[in-house]
Design a protein around this ligand. Structure first.
Ligand code: FSX
Ligand code: SF4
Ligand code: F3S
Length: 393
């Protein structure tokens, strides 16, 4: 890097974190606290998160792209929360990213090798997109190396590996039958543990919280056997869906546009895969646009985009297998009005927080998107709904 640029970068890094991130001090501290809660950390851990984010030492990130639509990166960049893109670009040192880098060809490949050598054993490897395995992986090459070769090479000296999106997690859309290229997830290619953040695209806050966990503790968060962080994927979409009361009461939309659909009834009979899909979509929401901004909230059945064996595998309108069918101890309200959502950003982050904190808190998050009226439903009690994937029926 040119000396002037180095000085500029150093001066920028020396500024207070909230300034770098374009936030007030209060907003920054609140953000750290909510991320700590998102991760299910114990009381007081927000100070550690704050310290980690404030630290000028940014981990080097090598971000590979293979068979995919680039939606993971796009959704990350399109997040409306005022600080997300700044946070992700400021808190980490993105040293290689094919779609965001201005450089190309030998220049960018040299940058990747240099970043890997300089940060040996310390960098984060993020893989976006599936890896074709058929015919020695010839269906996806970058810089004359196959995706298999690149993944192995970059994973060898990585401190941690994150597969972002369903494609990198388990094959996703490119692995749809008959899967002509033998598309597979990162876990099939390397022996190291891989944290998977499935979803097509995944929620950027789940990725962000995972990175912040790494920054804070030097390790990745606890996961289920599929590598999914428990803070985000331990519950079925169905468990915290705002239409769940209609499911329990037997009120279903039977056709798009029918009376039940217009009234916001349950979409199970239109093929909603919420009952067999583990993800925090109903509580974390998308696009920082307030309540209702997730597939079911918009009136479309969940297609199980994050769940291997469901998304891009089961026909969209096929009925879902209903997991965790035992009734919970407490029920959400039946007839409360949907609110307009709280302020931008705050809704998404707080929803992420409470939603991911695993437990009754998820209902709190959903309620944040409603108008603060007295008719808010009670929190879900402990019951079958408290079980994670390992105990699924
Ligand atoms: Fe696309 Fe990412 Fe889907 Fe895949 O997302 S949004 S096809 S999960 O790898 O770019
Ligand atoms: Fe919500 Fe779908 Fe479950 Fe109905 S089936 S309650 S729409 S997740
Ligand atoms: Fe995907 Fe279903 Fe969530 S379609 S985005 S897992 S609601």
């Amino acid at each position: 890097m040119h000396d002037d640029l180095k000085q500029l970068a150093a001066a920028w890094a020396a500024r207070p974190a909230e300034e770098r991130l374009g936030m007030s001090r209060r907003g920054f501290m609140q953000f750290c606290a909510t991320l700590a809660t998102t991760l299910g950390l114990s009381k007081g851990a927000d100070a550690a998160v704050q310290q980690a984010i404030e630290s000028a030492r940014r981990p080097s990130v090598i971000w590979l792209h293979f068979q995919e639509c680039t939606g993971c990166t796009e959704s990350m960049l399109r997040a409306e929360h005022p600080t997300l893109e700044k946070l992700i670009l400021d808190v980490i040192s993105l040293d290689y990213h094919e779609t965001l880098f201005a450089a190309s060809g030998h220049q960018i490949e040299a940058a990747r090798k240099q970043a890997m050598a300089e940060n040996k054993g310390k960098y984060l490897l993020v893989v976006e997109g599936a890896i074709p395995t058929r015919d020695n992986g010839i269906y996806c090459k970058v810089g004359n190396q196959t995706a298999i070769e690149l993944t192995k090479e970059c994973a060898a000296d990585a401190a941690a590996v994150i597969a972002i999106g369903s494609c990198a997690s388990w094959g996703g859309m490119p692995a749809t039958d008959p899967n002509p290229t033998g598309a597979a997830g990162v876990q099939k290619i390397i022996d190291k543990p891989v944290v998977t953040i499935p979803g097509c695209p995944p929620n950027p806050y789940n990725f962000l919280a995972t990175v912040v966990h790494f920054l804070t503790f030097g390790s990745l968060p606890a996961t289920d056997p599929l590598g999914r962080p428990l803070f985000a994927y331990s519950r079925l979409v169905h468990e915290h869906c705002e239409r769940r009361a209609h499911f329990d009461a037997g009120r279903f939309a039977l056709e798009f546009g029918d009376e039940g659909h217009r009234r916001g009834y349950c979409l199970y009979k239109l093929g909603c895969k919420g009952p067999e899909t583990y993800a925090n979509c109903p509580t974390i929401l998308f696009g920082d646009a307030g309540s209702g901004t997730w597939p079911v909230g918009c009136g479309h059945p969940c297609i199980g985009c994050s769940e291997e064996g469901v998304g891009f595998t089961k026909p969209i309108h096929m009925l879902a297998k209903v997991k965790n069918v035992e009734p919970p101890a407490g029920y959400p309200g039946v007839a409360e009005a949907q609110g307009e959502g709280m302020s931008l950003g705050a809704a998404a982050v707080l929803a992420a927080v409470a939603g991911a904190a695993a437990g009754a808190g998820a209902m709190v998050a959903k309620n944040l998107g409603r108008q603060a009226d007295a008719g808010a439903p009670p929190a879900a009690g402990k019951g079958a709904g408290e079980q994670g994937p390992g105990s699924a029926a």
